[in-house]
Design a protein around this ligand. Structure first.
Ligand code: URA
Ligand code: URA
Length: 288
């Protein structure tokens, strides 16, 4: 984008950040994205409730459980092997589609891998598909996806944009919908981690955004709550040791999950701040 557009987005974000201080229900910055509409309360979209619970895949019991039928350790060995072998996104998709180590595959309708442009320099990782994603086979296409699109638009990004610099690539930690939209179990996260980390490695984004506590904690290997993790740049390196060889750190920004914002609109203000950080970083790195 040119400098004028950059300044316009920045001004809109700063204005909303300011206005939001007294108007906690401030809607999306309207810079270039047209009038915002009030969101309906989310139905069946319950992610992000586990504010400060650790969801870090460390101390997972290696026995079989319904969510990870093979037993977590065995399933993890298998997902890691498949992830390492995938040399392209198409191979990774086939590997995930054929992987039976996660019980969710049996209850979900569709596998949800990604949306947007894999050539985009920015990649966002969320938690898991919900009901609408499960129907359509694409991430963030339900209620929280609509809000996510508006949040991203405030930083000049659009997953449908043809131009990579304006586009974004979107995936999740889990590729299958947890029944009733429950939070993924630590075992599910642990078993899925090699896939999403290989996914990141194949896409090679210049910047990462982690939407919500589950994604941020899993990919940063942290037990800190999302309120502490958000609004900061981290150097992302794979948590999966086998993927670390030659890995280059990627600047990663954690932010609140849009489903959480639907329930807690007062927190949107902080997300405009996060989008401002994203806008400025893209300018610094000349990927804007
Ligand atoms: N919530 C997520 O984390 N991901 C989706 O794809 C949809 C809702
Ligand atoms: N809890 C989460 O897991 N994510 C959020 O964004 C907010 C609360």
């Amino acid at each position: 984008m040119d400098n004028r557009e950059y300044q316009a987005l920045k001004t809109a974000l700063l204005w909303h950040l300011d206005a939001g201080a007294d108007q906690p229900f401030a809607e999306a910055p309207q810079g270039l994205i047209g009038p915002a509409q009030e969101q309906a309360a989310p139905k069946g979209d319950d992610y992000g409730k586990n504010e400060s619970e650790g969801v870090v895949p460390r101390s997972v019991h290696p026995e079989a459980s319904p969510d990870v039928p093979l037993g977590a350790a065995e399933a993890r060995t298998e997902s890691l092997k498949l992830a390492l072998a995938a040399q392209t996104l198409a191979e990774l998709r086939a590997a995930i589609a054929g992987f039976d180590g996660i019980g969710l595959k049996a209850t979900a309708t569709t596998m949800v891998l990604s949306d947007g442009n894999p050539e985009a320099p920015v990649m966002l990782v969320g938690e898991a598909p919900g009901a609408e994603e499960d129907r359509q086979g694409k991430p963030f296409v339900g209620e929280s996806g609509l809000l996510l699109d508006r949040i991203l638009a405030s930083a000049g990004l659009d997953r449908k944009a043809a131009e990579p610099l304006r586009s974004i690539y979107i995936s999740n930690i889990l590729n299958w919908r947890p029944p009733g939209n429950r939070t993924p179990t630590p075992a599910e996260v642990m078993v899925s981690l090699p896939f999403i980390e290989r996914h990141i490695q194949l896409v090679k984004p210049k910047l990462l955004i982690f939407a919500g506590g589950v994604a941020a904690q899993a990919l940063l290997g942290s037990t800190e709550g999302i309120s502490r993790l958000r609004g900061r740049w981290f150097d992302y390196l794979p948590q999966t040791p086998e993927l670390r060889d030659g890995a280059v750190p990627i600047p990663a920004l954690a932010t609140f999950h849009p489903s959480y914002l639907l329930r807690t609109p007062a927190q949107k203000r902080l997300v405009w701040g996060d989008m401002l950080m994203l806008l400025e970083k893209r300018r610094d790195l000349e990927i804007i």
